[in-house]
Design a binder for this molecule. Sequence first.
Ligand code: ATP
Ligand code: MG
Length: 492
Amino acid sequence: MKNISKSFNGVTVLDSVNFSVKKGEVHALMGGNGAGKSTLMKTLTGVYQADGGEIFIDGKKVEINNMQDARDNYISMIFQEFSLIPTLTVAENIFLTRESKNSFGMLNDKEGIKKTRVLLEELEVDINPNDVVQDLGVGYWQMTEIAKALSQEAKILIMDEPSSSLTKKETEVLFSFIEKLKRKGISIIYISHRMDEIFQVCDRITILRDGKNAVTENIKDIGMETVVQHIVGAEMDKAFEWVERSYSTNAKPILKVNNLKSGSKVNGVSFTLQPGEILGFAGLMGSGRSEIARSIFGIDSIDSGEIEINGVKQNIKNPEDAVKAGLALIPEDRRMQGLVLEHSVKDNMILPILSKVKKGLFVDERKANELSNQLVNKLKIKTDNIFKTAGLLSGGNQQKIVLAKWLANDPEVLILDEPTIGVDIGAKTEILDIIRELADSGKAVIVISSELPELMAVSDRVIVLHEGKVVKELDRREINSEEELQHAIQGY
Ligand SMILES: Nc1ncnc2c1ncn2[C@@H]1O[C@H](COP(=O)(O)OP(=O)(O)OP(=O)(O)O)[C@@H](O)[C@H]1O
Ligand SMILES: [Mg+2]
């Protein structure tokens, strides 16, 4: 890709960017939220058309004006925003638009199901091709999305944050698969905010900053600190350092969960949470971490067990009850549950705090604008202004909006499912700081995270979950290394 430029409404997003990938190479594409990574790749896959620049494949100039042109050139992309249809099965999603359909538009032959099964087996994913996508957790969506891209005969495969909701173990499977593809001569462009992954799996790296080339280098010739410097454009303090906090361990628990059961994924969970405490949930995909959060918050119904808040037994039947009881949940699949894509950044942010910015019957626009601008600055959200449509922001910046709106709501107990998913290294530390600030002010926080460095940086205590039960409880001071925690998670 040579001198690629792209603007939206007069705002330059890509400024003469150069990018190349060799045959059988894994090339990392990095940069802060809004740097232009997804946009660059969307010009390669024909989703967007560049305003200027040229694309060459095997030395020959090509025109990519639409997604069909990209397919004709054997370019395929795993999108950051999921492209699956939730009401269809895994197999139907994978072979959508390519297989013969019956008159109901459903997958006709057994062939697609068989092919899907082979693909999933190769990926070592435990999903039934006939499972309906919306019944599966986000980690499985991602695997389905990956299987879908792999099922297309690609020579260039673009992965836009493929691992963002995968745990270490699933990511390792993905990596061994990437190695296989590499040996077949397939070129992979790998977008990720996870530094360790880049050094593990990539051969070269290109970093974009504000829509411009910052650097391209062989991985073995660049250090992690240099990478961070190029991303944030300045030197940065240590990203994930544990800050030991103090809170009263013998105060009355703010949240008490006793023998909670819900569906097949939550099988008798008990734990307590003190005011001012940050409790980490660790566990593999399918261990029930997100499902516990969903049942406490009233999204999934509870079969048995009790939830107490400040000593009072609660009867939470839906999320409204949960909010009234002082709970907030920032879900894992934020694009689906946390954001109205058609609304502006500001409207999304003030939605849960409308009562705080009302002057009589009307919204105090000045106050609402002020608050929104404060949040935008605090979380370093990259947007032209607070009136921009949320759906037009980059993936990571959309994540930040959802965080911002719940943080502004000031709940008693905040549950965060993968709080820094897709967020760049510069903003991750800010988010962890905000979580600590909240806890310091006497709130209690549950953090669910598959990124262990993050979990270890922010938790006062960690519980390990397995098959919907607590199998281990660790004081943060007892955990000496990431390996130790990894071991505790995988020991079942
Ligand atoms: N269709 C669009 N209309 C207006 N602005 C857009 C559009 N698509 C992208 N942008 C803007 O282009 C910039 C780059 O976005 P892009 O999605 O490429 O970032 P990114 O590097 O992928 O970030 P992230 O790590 O958050 O995914 C952002 O500021 C975004 O708001
Ligand atoms: Mg992106």
